[in-house]
Design a protein around this ligand. Structure first.
Ligand code: 86X
Length: 483
C-alpha cells in the first residue's frame, strides 16, 4: 500500500474493493479522514474520526475488565535492557524489533533503555516485590498505553504499524486453573466486542505450538478473515504458566506454607481492531461503520435555498434535539447536497437523513441506509424509535454479511492436495491435524505461506490421522494465509 499524494477529501474512492483491496484500504483511510501519515515510516496519525472509534472501544472494554476486578495502572515507557533480557524465550525472535533510547541529550546512557514493545518484564519486576502470600492474589492489572515494535515489513495503517495503542492485561493467580479460566473469560470479552461493536465474526481457539507466544504455556486467540482472502488475528489471551514467575521471581507463600511460583496470564487488543473493522465492511463508495462504533450514527443533510435556510436549519436542530442519545451530525456547510451525500457515504455514516421543505410539509424526513441504500420517508413523530431500530438492523446486517462470507470461505478438506487448492483459492481450510511444529513448517512452506489460525476449543480427539504428515491427528484446525 502506498501513500496517496494529493488526496483531496473531495475526491471519491477510485479503487475497487474486490479487485484491489489494498488500494481501496489505503484510499479509504485517508479520504475518510481516519489517518494521516507522519514523517516516521510506520507511525501514523490517528485523526479525530478514528480516535473516537478507539475511545468507544476503550469505553466498552474498560468497565468489562473492571467488572472482573481488574484495576488499571501505568508502568514506565522505558525498560532497562537487563530487565528485558531476563526471560530468554520471550525476547527470542523479537529482539530485532526493539527500539532503544541510547542518549539523554548528548550524553550516552550507561545502560540503553528499550521503548516498551510489551510490558511483561517491567510489570513482573514490580509484581515480584508486591506479592508475598496467597492473600495478595489474584493480582489483576491492566494498562492502556502505546507500544513500539520496529517492524521491517511494509507498514499498513492500523494493521501493521511501528507504534500502536492497546491495552495489556497482566494477572497473577494462585492456581493454574483459575489462571486459565481468566484467560478464556477475557477471550470471551474480546469475542463479544467484535460481535457487538465491530460486527466482526471471529474464530476462537488455541494457537498452535508454532504460532503461540514463545513465553506462554498456551496462547488463545480470536481470528477473522478479510474479504481479500487473508486471515488476521484480532486479539490474544495467553496463559503464561509459571514461566515468567520463575524468571522474575513472582512467588507466593501458599496456605500450605510452601513458597510457589505464581500462575500468570497476559492479554491484549490493539488499534489493529479498527483496521479490521474498516476492511471488513465498506464498499466502493467507502467506509461502512457499524452503528455501535460509528462516531456519527446519522447525518442530517438540510436541503434549503437562501429563503428557507433559517427555517430548515432550525428544523434540523430540533430534529437533532429530538434524537438525543443517537450520535447526530448536521452538515450545514454550503456544499451541494449531492456532494454531501457522497462525502458522508464515504465516511461510512450508517444513516443519512435528508430534510427539506417538502419533507417538513409532510412532517417527515427521508431516511437512507448506508448498507443497503434503501430510502424511506419516516414520520418525524416516530423518527427516534424507527432510527434506533434501523441502527440495530444495520449493525446486525453488517455482521450477517461478514459472517456469511466467512462461513462460505471455510472448506472442510481431507487431503493435502485439497488443502493446497483451498489455500490457492484464498480460502480457509479446516483440517484434521497433528498440531506439530515441524508439520506446520512443512505445510507453510509447501502452500506458499499458509499458517494455522487456531484450534477450536473442546474438541474430542479424533481417531484419525493428520492430513499432512499422516501421524495421529489431535484435532481440527483452521488454516489460511494471514497478515
Ligand atoms: C508478545 C505478548 C503479550 C501482553 C500479548 O500478546 C498481549 C499483551 N503481551 C506479546 N510480544 C512480545 O513479547 C514482544 C517482545 C519484544 Cl522484546 C518485542 F520487541 C516484540 C514483541 N512482540 C510481541
Amino acid at each position: 500500500m502506498t501513500k496517496e499524494s494529493g488526496n483531496k477529501s473531495t475526491l471519491g474512492i477510485t479503487a475497487n474493493k474486490k479487485d484491489n483491496f489494498s488500494d481501496w484500504y489505503t484510499q479509504v483511510i485517508q479520504k475518510a479522514e481516519l489517518i494521516d501519515y507522519s514523517d516516521v515510516s510506520g507511525c501514523m496519525v490517528l485523526r479525530p474520526y478514528s480516535y473516537e472509534i478507539w475511545e468507544t472501544i476503550v469505553a466498552y472494554l474498560d468497565p468489562k475488565f473492571k467488572e472482573k476486578g481488574v484495576k488499571n495502572a501505568y508502568f514506565p515507557l522505558l525498560i532497562p535492557e537487563k530487565l528485558l533480557n531476563k526471560e530468554k524465550d520471550h525476547i527470542e525472535g523479537f529482539a530485532p524489533e526493539v527500539a532503544w533510547v541510547t542518549h539523554g541529550g548528548n550524553s550516552k546512557l550507561p545502560e540503553r533503555l528499550a521503548i516498551r514493545p510489551t510490558s511483561e518484564t517491567i510489570m513482573y519486576n514490580s509484581y515480584a516485590k508486591w506479592i508475598r502470600s496467597y492473600r495478595d492474589l489474584p493480582l489483576l492489572i491492566n494498562q492502556w498505553c502505546n507500544v513500539v515494535r520496529w517492524e521491517f515489513k511494509h507498514p499498513v495503517p492500523f494493521l501493521r504499524t511501528r507504534e500502536f495503542l492497546w491495552q495489556e492485561g497482566h494477572c497473577v493467580h494462585a492456581t493454574h486453573d483459575e489462571c486459565h479460566k481468566f484467560v478464556l473469560e477475557i477471550l470471551d470479552i474480546y469475542e463479544e466486542i467484535c460481535h457487538n461493536l465491530l460486527a466482526i465474526p471471529v474464530f476462537k481457539g488455541t494457537k498452535s505450538e508454532k504460532e503461540k507466544f514463545a513465553g506462554a504455556l498456551t496462547t488463545t486467540s480470536i481470528e477473522t478473515f478479510f474479504p481479500n482472502g487473508k486471515a488476521i488475528q484480532v486479539a490474544t489471551s495467553h496463559n503464561l504458566g509459571d514461566h515468567f514467575a520463575k524468571a522474575f521471581n513472582v512467588k507466593f507463600m501458599d496456605k500450605d506454607e510452601q513458597l510457589k511460583p505464581a500462575w500468570q496470564n497476559s492479554w491484549g487488543i490493539t488499534t489493529r481492531s479498527i483496521g479490521i473493522m474498516i476492511g471488513m465492511h465498506g464498499d466502493n463508495k467507502g467506509l461502512i461503520i457499524p452503528p455501535k462504533i460509528a462516531p456519527i450514527q446519522a447525518v442530517i443533510i438540510p436541503i434549503h435555498n437562501d429563503e428557507n435556510k433559517k427555517e430548515i436549519l432550525t428544523a434540523a436542530e430540533n430534529l437533532k434535539k429530538q434524537l438525543k442519545g443517537i450520535r447526530i451530525h448536521i452538515d450545514d456547510t454550503d456544499n451541494r447536497p449531492g456532494w454531501k451525500y457522497n462525502q458522508w457515504e464515504m465516511k461510512g455514516v450508517p444513516i443519512r437523513i435528508e430534510l427539506g421543505p417538502k419533507d417538513l410539509e409532510k412532517k417527515s424526513a427521508l431516511v437512507v441506509r448506508r448498507d443497503t441504500g434503501t430510502k424511506e420517508p419516516i414520520p418525524l413523530e416516530k423518527i427516534k424509535e424507527l432510527l434506533e431500530q434501523k441502527l440495530e438492523e444495520i449493525q446486525e446486517n453488517l455482521f450477517q454479511i461478514a459472517d456469511k462470507r466467512i462461513k462460505e470461505s471455510v472448506q472442510n478438506i481431507e487431503t493435502k492436495e485439497e488443502f493446497l487448492q483451498v489455500i490457492k483459492e484464498k480460502k480457509i481450510a479446516y483440517a484434521l491435524w497433528c498440531g506439530q511444529k515441524d508439520c506446520e513448517e512443512i505445510l507453510k512452506d509447501e502452500s506458499g505461506g499458509a499458517k494455522s489460525l487456531n484450534i477450536p476449543f473442546n474438541q474430542k480427539k479424533p481417531n484419525k490421522n493428520c492430513i499432512f504428515c499422516n501421524k495421529e491427528a489431535e484435532f481440527y484446525a483452521y488454516f489460511a494465509k494471514s497478515y
